[in-house]
Design a protein around this ligand. Structure first.
Ligand SMILES: [Zn+2]
Length: 317
């Protein structure tokens, strides 16, 4: 456990008032001009808790707890996904990125549809927790930050997944089939975008631990993810175009394309498995890092509002 850092002296002017724009860590109110032994006028949080920089250990513990719970849920979901992929065969995992495209082709049974929606709902809840905003407003300087992009795209992807499943259950006429295929394609692109920005968000969180190794690893993993997810999407689209049974049996060219598709699918599937396994290790370590920060934050928020200087009496809460 590192010792609690002291308040940077340059934060306060000669009159003892905060000199710079400083958001309250609990509510985001600008504390500039307030004294370090004062309280936030909006929520009563001691000013001293908000002047220690943007490291997670000084963040609101309730917020860190949300992220930690969300990461745990995501970990279990990925492990479940890997397990299911192994059980159903490696090649079928190839179409993961484009699974919804393929789903349009096969008529989904009511049970598997319900399971898919339940799984998507749990992922949505998990992602909602991981992407909950820092109540201080840190990291929200731009409206299009990684956190809100992941949130928006994940929500939209969930809506499309439910819509596609309902449509595939209701009817199977050719027009509906086309709509489902297009929605599925759009959804698989949304998955790629969400995965990319998810690791941008992880990189940002790692920078607030701070953990340099986790920052650079997030970059590596998001490139691996986006490359193999796109291969999966391409395999899914090719599958839709090439493997639709032609009227007079399968032509030789079709068979050749089918073999090529299986190879692309296998490469994509293997890549995605690597991506998923790397993701498990990454999330495991990120959760560990955030839990360490959470324990420090709990200590900081439950004891003295700040450690101004060694020897100074702790201010009452
Ligand atoms: Zn406040």
């Amino acid at each position: 456990m590192q010792p609690m850092p002291e308040v940077p002296a340059q934060s306060f002017g000669p009159d003892g008032a905060l000199m710079h724009d400083t958001p309250c860590r609990r509510c985001g109110y600008n504390l500039r001009g307030l004294r370090e032994n004062g309280n936030c006028p909006e929520c009563g949080t001691p000013v001293g808790r908000s002047v220690m920089g943007d490291l997670l250990r000084f963040a609101d513990p309730a917020w860190l707890r949300q992220i930690s719970t969300g990461l745990s849920m995501l970990l279990w979901l990925i492990l479940l996904h890997i397990l299911v992929s192994c059980l159903t065969g490696g090649v079928s995992a190839a179409a993961r990125g484009a699974s919804v495209v393929a789903r349009g082709a096969s008529s989904a049974s009511g049970l598997s549809a319900a399971a898919s929606v339940a799984l998507a709902a749990v992922s949505l809840v998990a992602m909602w927790k991981v992407t909950s905003p820092d109540p201080s407003g840190l990291g929200e300087e731009s409206q299009f930050n990684a956190r809100s992009i992941v949130r928006f795209v994940t929500g939209a992807s969930f809506a499309v997944t439910v819509a596609v499943l309902l449509m595939s259950l209701i009817s199977a006429n050719p027009v509906m089939f086309m709509v489902i295929a297009l929605l599925g394609f759009a959804n698989s692109l949304m998955v790629v975008i969400a995965e990319w920005y998810k690791y941008k968000l992880y990189e940002y969180l790692a920078s607030r631990i701070p953990d340099r190794m986790m920052i650079s690893r997030a970059r590596t993993i998001r490139w691996i993810g986006v490359i193999f997810l796109l291969i999966g999407v391409i395999a899914g689209v090719l599958g839709m175009v090439v493997l639709r049974p032609p009227a007079g049996g399968m032509a030789p060219t079709m068979a050749g394309a089918g073999i090529a598709l299986i190879i692309i699918g296998a490469v994509g599937g293997l890549g995605l498995l690597v991506y998923a396994v790397m993701g498990v290790f990454y999330l495991f370590r990120l959760r560990k890092g955030i839990n360490e920060q959470l324990r420090m934050a709990e200590m900081i928020w439950s004891t003295a509002p700040l450690a101004r200087a060694a020897g100074s009496p702790p201010s009452p809460l």
